[in-house]
Write a protein that binds this ligand. Structure first.
Ligand code: CP
Length: 296
């Protein structure tokens, strides 16, 4: 296995090994102990056609913690603006012999296409509404840290599921690890699904162990799909009133729309693991880079 385009590229056994490595890397970061620079002399390119705060910086930090050099292609000032195709861009970067190219693109399937044209590992950092594998891996890692065994636990994924690569990757991955995923969304944000689904948060709030709230991804909407974000929030915002004292973990991949996805008070509540997800993202991406570059 050389590329990571979806979570399905890894077997359960491979994912368990990645989680174990991430646990060690995370502990080492927390304790400040020295890490072996196992990626010394390796070069990693980041190629982001969509904005990112968490994914790009955590891949870069993960790579640097393991000793790799990171080269970021500034897409806006690159020759893609002179008409060079995406495949040619990837092939030309690959001709400089990097070890991995981390790609984010607005179109589904781009990482898979590029993986047919490079010797470097292609790592999907999010493609359209299709997949965001390292986000799902860090979400699983976060859930396992709190629950231990996640088998049989119930998680509600709430919001703009139809346009969410995070939802797609989590549905595939969490299902494979034995979690029951319930989809909660208004009709226009609910994909065709065989999973249990509802339009009403109150229907599932008493039975779930975790809630994963999602951002409303207006950049992927071809027309206005909700009267207003305020109207959306009145039905789907995770509020203190809704959660009450329930023992439920609250996740969100970020960026969060405050008081639309999750209310201010809950973002500061100990049940909310949003920043813990971000920290776990570095450890997971270190483990993914180790698997794809070092272990080959
Ligand atoms: N979760 C996530 O993909 O965040 P960014 O868009 O900031 O990378």
């Amino acid at each position: 296995m050389k590329h990571l385009t979806t979570t399905a590229d890894f077997t359960v056994k491979e994912i368990e090994a990645i989680l174990q490595d991430a646990e060690l890397f995370g502990k080492s970061i927390k304790d400040g102990t020295k890490l072996d620079k196992i990626l010394e002399d390796k070069i990693i390119v980041t190629l982001f056609f969509e904005n990112s705060t968490r994914t790009r910086s955590s891949f870069e930090i993960a790579a640097k913690r393991l000793g790799a050099e990171v080269v970021h292609l500034d897409v806006v000032n690159s020759s893609t603006k002179k008409g060079e195709t995406l495949v040619d861009t990837a092939m030309n970067l690959d001709a400089m012999s990097p070890n991995a190219i981390i790609v984010r693109h607005q179109n589904s399937g781009v990482p898979k296409i590029l993986s047919n044209h490079t010797n470097a590992s292609i790592i999907n950092a999010g493609d359209g509404a299709h997949a965001h594998p390292t986000q799902a891996l860090l979400d699983l890692f976060t859930l396992k840290k709190h629950f231990g065994d996640v088998r049989g636990k119930k998680i509600a994924i709430v919001g703009d599921i139809k346009n969410s690569r995070v939802a797609n990757s989590n549905i595939e991955l969490l299902g494979r690890f034995g979690m029951e995923v319930i989809l909660v969304a208004p009709p226009q944000f609910l994909p065709k699904t065989e999973l249990r689904s509802t339009h009403f948060l109150k229907e599932i709030i008493d039975e779930v162990d975790a809630i994963m709230s999602l951002r409303t991804q207006t950049e992927r909407h071809s027309s206005q799909t909700y009267a207003s974000l305020k109207d959306y929030a009145s039905d789907f915002c995770i509020t203190s009133e809704l959660l009450g004292e329930r023992d439920v973990l609250l996740l969100h991949p970020g960026p969060v729309h405050r008081n639309i996805d999750i209310c201010d008070a809950l973002l500061a509540d100990k049940r909310c693991k949003v920043l813990e997800q971000v920290s776990n993202g570095v450890a997971i991406r270190m483990a993914v880079l180790k698997k794809l570059i070092y272990d080959v």
